[in-house]
Design a protein around this ligand. Structure first.
Ligand SMILES: CC[C@H](C(=O)O)C(=O)SCCNC(=O)CCNC(=O)[C@H](O)C(C)(C)COP(=O)(O)OP(=O)(O)OC[C@H]1O[C@@H](n2cnc3c(N)ncnc32)[C@H](O)[C@@H]1OP(=O)(O)O
Ligand SMILES: [Co+2]
Length: 134
């Protein structure tokens, strides 16, 4: 079912500082910030040869990453995103295996304009897993 690693997301306390660090200290290709109000975050994608890093910063008072940053004020790895070719089939198979899908269980359109879902971290070895249909 799961395919390539699409991205690793890092929640950061300062989006500009983190972007600049990847751009200058690490020589990475850093894309401009993208507000994603439907997800309560502003994201910056950093393109690596074999995957992407997604820097996350809270957008709005109800951002789902506020709790994470309160617990991790220096930031930290927030989630990993795997690619799937059929997100509804993947969802149904995972639910049939007892895993919890977050939100109302329906995919939302993510930062790449593709449907995404999230699995509860407690069901995935303490790791928030995002699935993106490609
Ligand atoms: C633009 C879209 C973009 C894309 O790639 O396309 C994105 O990736 S959007 C990313 C932001 N959106 C989301 O993360 C949506 C899914 N996340 C959630 O619904 C919440 O973050 C949730 C439910 C995972 C956690 O919310 P919250 O921290 O407010 O809840 P709790 O404090 O009750 O946490 C429950 C339990 O889970 C642990 N936890 C929380 N976040 C994480 C995490 N990122 N990784 C691992 N574990 C996490 C938390 O510590 C609690 O554990 P406990 O032992 O009970 O303390
Ligand atoms: Co993501």
């Amino acid at each position: 079912m799961i395919g390539r690693l699409n991205h690793v997301a890092i929640a950061v306390p300062d989006l500009e500082a983190a972007s600049e660090q990847y751009r200058t200290a690490l020589g990475a290709k850093v894309n401009p910030p993208q507000d994603e109000p439907d997800h309560g975050v502003t994201v910056v994608f950093i393109e690596l040869p074999n995957t992407k890093i997604e820097l996350l910063y809270p957008l709005g008072d109800n951002s789902p990453i506020l709790g994470f940053l309160e617990k991790n004020p220096s930031g930290g790895i927030h989630h990993v995103c795997y690619e799937v070719d059929d997100i509804l089939a993947a969802r149904d198979q995972l639910k049939a295996n007892g895993l919890r899908v977050l939100g109302n269980g329906e995919p939302k359109i993510g930062a790449h304009g593709k449907p995404v879902l999230f699995l509860h971290p407690k069901d995935m070895n303490g790791t928030l897993v995002e699935l993106e249909q490609v």
